[in-house]
Design a binder for this molecule. Structure first.
Ligand code: KIV
Length: 272
């Protein structure tokens, strides 16, 4: 089933029903970008990756709830049909289901988004159940979990050993059974991600995972070429806007220094 092209906004139940159909997810952080992406996407994810691609942070760990709420509200203002999901940042949900509920309630109320995403598998299942039973739609996130970068010792794909593969599969199953409407599978060996997709009843959304996942998500700055600090293997660049920005800035600088800007069309001449 595809809801692409539908006039009405895509809902969380629509996404659940799309198990087995390709779901298009992209990250977005601002209103103008949301306006551009909205017609093409089923979900706009306000990811905590914004810490790295917008704020120049080395990881997602220092992203705050206020940052997520500000950007979440901006994306909601720019979208008409895509379903908006906002990441819960590190430290705002892991203490207890109650803490997760208070954080998620603020995110939903203050941004107008439809659901939240949080990282963690079996250890977060009780929290996911607590949230979903109280009206908060949750997307899980297992496999490579960037908020656990210090435990993992880096951003490393998982599922390489039998133990790792069994752990990701158990995590995805736990998240699904707890009531999540979808689960992001990040940095997970291809056959492992494919098997998980066949095994669980909710849509899997892959990033560095498998073409067999129900949907795919990428960071918008990665596909546009505006974030060039590093390029993971799973990123496909669809544009090189970073280069175009540099060229535009260089052309402007040349014009200003040569007094070619502003030109006659860029100034107000008539006096009243
Ligand atoms: O923060 C983010 O953008 C994400 C996606 C990469 C899945 O979690």
């Amino acid at each position: 089933m595809s809801v692409h092209g539908a006039e009405k906004p895509i809902t969380i139940p629509d996404l659940r029903r799309m198990k087995g159909s390709p779901q298009v997810w992209l990250t977005a952080y601002t209103t103008p970008m949301a306006q551009r992406l909205d017609p093409h996407c089923d979900v706009l994810l306000v990811g905590d990756s914004l810490g790295m691609v917008l704020y120049g942070l080395p990881s997602t760990l220092a992203v705050t709830l206020d940052m997520m709420i500000g950007h979440g509200a901006a994306v909601v203002r720019g979208a008409k049909r895509a379903c908006i999901v906002v990441d819960l940042p590190f430290g705002t949900y892991q203490t207890s289901p109650q803490q997760a509920f208070e954080t998620s309630a603020r995110v939903l109320a203050e941004t107008g988004c439809a659901g939240v995403k949080l990282e963690g598998g079996t250890e977060m299942a009780d929290t996911i159940r607590f949230l979903t039973q109280r009206g908060i739609p949750v997307c899980g996130h297992v496999g490579l979990m960037p908020q656990s970068v210090n435990v993992a010792g880096g951003f490393r794909a998982t599922g390489r050993t039998e133990d790792e593969a069994a752990k990701v599969a158990a995590d995805a199953r736990a998240v699904a059974e707890a009531g999540a409407f979808a689960v992001v599978l990040e940095g997970t060996l291809e056959p492992v991600a494919a098997a998980i997709t066949r095994d669980i009843s909710i849509p899997t959304i892959g990033i560095g995972a498998s073409a067999e996942c129900d949907g795919q998500v990428l960071v918008i700055d990665d596909i546009l070429g505006t974030f060039n600090d590093f390029k993971p293997r799973f990123v496909k660049r669809y544009a090189q806007l970073g280069d175009q920005i540099s060229q535009a800035a260089a052309a402007y600088a040349r014009d200003v220094r040569a007094r070619n800007f502003p030109g006659p069309d860029n100034v107000f001449r008539k006096v009243k």
